[in-house]
Design a protein around this ligand. Structure first.
Ligand SMILES: NC(=O)c1ccc[n+]([C@@H]2O[C@H](COP(=O)([O-])OP(=O)(O)OC[C@H]3O[C@@H](n4cnc5c(N)ncnc54)[C@H](OP(=O)(O)O)[C@@H]3O)[C@@H](O)[C@H]2O)c1
Length: 297
């Protein structure tokens, strides 16, 4: 079967399309025929830097991707037989960019209702957004500033914050102001230079990871704290914390339900064929964020 494999740390162009053995069904597993996988910054970061994330995902060679949607085509004898032929979202840290994936953990397999397409499920990036929301919920800040507000995680977070009563200041690049307005008409976005001077406590949430941008924003506040999902070590910013999401199966079930009801809007850019994975990653990396780029069989 075809699999997109990382065999070195030479970046996106070091990826290889290889034919590898199809995984064998075991009593405790199901085999998923993959349809759609997301392209995320984590992919290309891991392809050039073994220590790009705090998870131990970069043991080589590895099939890339950890999430994707497809259809169950084989079911092991110890698994629920009604899974056969169902569409699912599968989480598989051992790789999802392959024609077939063997899924052994029932908590990492989610049935998709008719109202949730493979594309919407594959693009789901709500786990980190929910971690940020929980952080905001317990914060005593008066103002909330969000960098990369048009990013997939940023827009997902803003959807989750629809009941937030404190003032939110989304920060985007000038090229993304129009897109942000289309996505979030009820909020006013600012470029970093347009952010007004803020008084009181300000929580700056960062999805971009550029220290100079954060320093510009800190300079516009009287009492700031900075929380990043990108910068792992404190670069000398006030009250700095790095946070990362912990996988939670119940949260994923809730997100899929919210996609089905329309409470959560999928953020999808465009799909590339799997044979154009490198092109898809270059496109996602080198263009402004307009929803999740996908790769499809
Ligand atoms: N800690 C965790 O648990 C965790 C989990 C998943 C992902 N992440 C990280 O979270 C980050 C966001 O992920 P995502 O999928 O939401 O990314 P994304 O949709 O690709 O968005 C990237 C954002 O960064 C902005 N940006 C890029 N260069 C910039 C610059 N020079 N100045 C200002 N803004 C700039 C982009 O703005 P434009 O669109 O205007 O260019 C966009 O808003 C990634 O770095 C990813 O690795 C962390």
């Amino acid at each position: 079967m075809l699999a997109i494999t990382q065999i070195n740390f030479n970046g996106i162009d070091g990826l290889t399309a290889r034919f590898v053995a199809k995984p064998k069904l075991t009593a405790d597993s199901v085999i998923v025929k993959m349809s759609t996988m997301p392209v995320s910054p984590t992919d290309w970061k891991l392809e050039s830097d073994q220590h790009a994330t705090n998870e131990n995902l970069a043991q080589l060679p590895r099939i890339i991707g950890i999430q994707g949607a497809g259809q169950v085509v084989e079911v092991g004898e110890n698994r629920n037989q009604s899974l056969l032929n169902q569409r699912v979202l599968v989480i598989n840290p051992a790789g999802t960019y392959s024609e077939y994936v063997r899924s052994t953990n029932p908590d990492w397999l989610f049935l998709l209702p008719d109202a949730v397409s493979n594309e919407a499920a594959a693009a789901l990036s709500a786990s980190t957004a929910l971690t940020l929301k929980k952080f905001i919920d317990v914060s005593d800040a008066d103002n909330i500033v969000l960098t990369g507000a048009n990013s997939v995680i940023g827009l997902t977070l803003l959807q989750l914050l629809h009941n937030e009563s404190r003032r939110i200041y989304p920060v985007v690049t000038s090229e993304s102001l129009t897109y942000f307005k289309e996505q979030m008409p009820s909020l006013t976005a600012y470029t970093s230079n347009q952010l007004p001077q803020l008084t009181g406590k300000t929580l700056i949430l960062d999805t971009v990871g550029i220290v100079s941008l954060l320093e510009t924003l800190v300079a516009r506040t009287t009492e700031a704290s900075v929380t990043s999902i990108v910068i792992m070590k404190d670069p000398g910013l006030p009250n700095f914390t790095f946070i990362h999401d912990d996988f939670n199966a119940d949260d994923y079930r809730m997100f899929i339900h919210q996609l089905a009801t329309g409470e959560l809007k999928p953020l999808i850019n465009r799909a590339f064929p799997i044979t154009e994975t490198k092109k898809a990653q270059h496109f996602a990396k080198e263009t402004h964020s307009r929803g999740r780029v996908l790769v499809a069989f």
